[in-house]
Design a binder for this molecule. Structure first.
Ligand SMILES: NC(=O)c1ccc[n+]([C@@H]2O[C@H](COP(=O)([O-])OP(=O)(O)OC[C@H]3O[C@@H](n4cnc5c(N)ncnc54)[C@H](O)[C@@H]3O)[C@@H](O)[C@H]2O)c1
Length: 311
């Protein structure tokens, strides 16, 4: 059985473990700083396995030694922004948490591929790569699968067509400036722009951009976790099964799309080697403007990180 370690056994981390165990994709180790909580969640999940007939072993721990020889490490550890906390304070706190998680797991799993979920996503993926000094193929950020899935869900709600027929591509940074590509999106090959009126499409694009906030407002405490964790599962499965799956993820840019030394949401091919290729789309002028605006916003957070953390 493959092994996946998930750092941060909160809502996204434990839900990812739940989906992964249910699919019998790997043995799972949940790591958290809170004493007892990961152990309790791990044991509870392990006790569910006989009922569904899966032999995935699930454990929770506070000790990184248990993560030894993981094929994949998923980092979801972090804190949410609290009232009175500045963006820079959040950045500093999560950078310390993610940096430590990445280095500790790397010690025990030198060959692992890292999937990062903690926000601010693009910058935490950048930090993970810089701290671990791993090649870019082995550090991938999750954002685009989730943002695209939200858009697909909204199109399905509007049209009544199966989600399986709906293909949407949301690129760019994981924030309000994300780039939903309506020109490249389609329903069973029919361009979305032909299927839906401009008004309806614009409403879907706006709702997608604010998709995370919509859930935060409804939940009151915490943020989305079912769809984000499922996006991590799709990435892990594509890597473990060497699927060569093309999905939008945050990847390290080394000249692609005219961007350098930053993480950004682009279509990538996921396989056994991790992020095996960046796929280049042709953009029209409008898309180029949206892309540049989003890149500037991500770059700003990267710069803030560099002023706070030395790597
Ligand atoms: N990229 C995305 O699309 C996306 C989507 C959803 C959530 N997120 C982000 O993922 C992160 C986790 O979200 P969540 O809903 O699971 O939050 P959560 O608060 O439920 O879980 C976070 C967990 O991290 C743990 N933690 C804190 N410091 C730690 C440390 N040093 N070592 C190990 N564990 C530590 C906490 O104890 C907690 O259990 C947040 O940063 C959130 O913004 C990103």
């Amino acid at each position: 059985m493959n092994k996946i370690s998930i750092i941060g056994a909160g809502m996204t981390g434990s839900t990812a473990a739940h989906w992964l165990a249910e699919r019998e994709l790997a043995d799972l180790v949940l790591v958290d700083v809170v004493e007892g909580m990961p152990q309790g969640k791990g044991l509870d999940m392990a006790e569910a396995m006989p009922i569904i007939g899966r032999d995935a072993k699930v454990i929770g721990t506070n000790d990184y030694a248990a993560t030894r020889d993981s094929e994949i490490v998923i980092i979801t550890a972090g804190v949410a922004r609290k009232p009175g906390m500045s963006r820079d304070d959040l950045l500093k706190t999560n950078a310390e948490i993610v940096g430590k998680a990445a280095l500790e797991t790397l010690k025990h799993s030198p060959n692992a591929i890292f999937v990062v979920l903690t926000n601010p996503l693009d910058t935490m993926a950048y930090l993970t790569m810089k701290m671990t000094k791993l090649p870019r193929e082995r550090v991938i950020g999750q954002a685009g699968i989730l943002d695209s899935a939200r858009m697909r869900a909204f199109v399905a709600m509007e049209t009544g067509v199966s989600v399986e027929n709906i293909h949407c591509y949301v690129l760019g940074g994981h924030g309000d400036e994300m780039v939903p590509l309506t020109r490249h999106s389609n329903i069973a090959g029919i361009p979305l722009r032909e299927y839906l009126s401009a008004d309806k499409l614009e409403a879907i694009v706006n709702r997608t951009r604010k998709g995370g906030g919509e859930i935060v407002n409804l939940l009151k405490t915490g943020s989305a976790y079912y769809a984000p964790s499922m996006a991590c599962v799709q990435m892990a499965e594509a890597i473990l099964k060497d699927k060569k799956l093309i999905v939008p993820c945050a990847a390290y840019m080394d000249g692609e799309y005219g961007l350098k030394d930053m993480y950004f949401g682009v279509p990538v091919m996921l396989g056994g080697g991790g992020m095996e290729r960046i796929i280049q789309y042709d953009f029209d002028e409008e898309e180029k403007v949206m892309f540049a605006k989003s890149a500037a916003s991500v770059k700003e957070t990267h710069e803030a990180l560099k002023s706070l953390v030395k790597f």
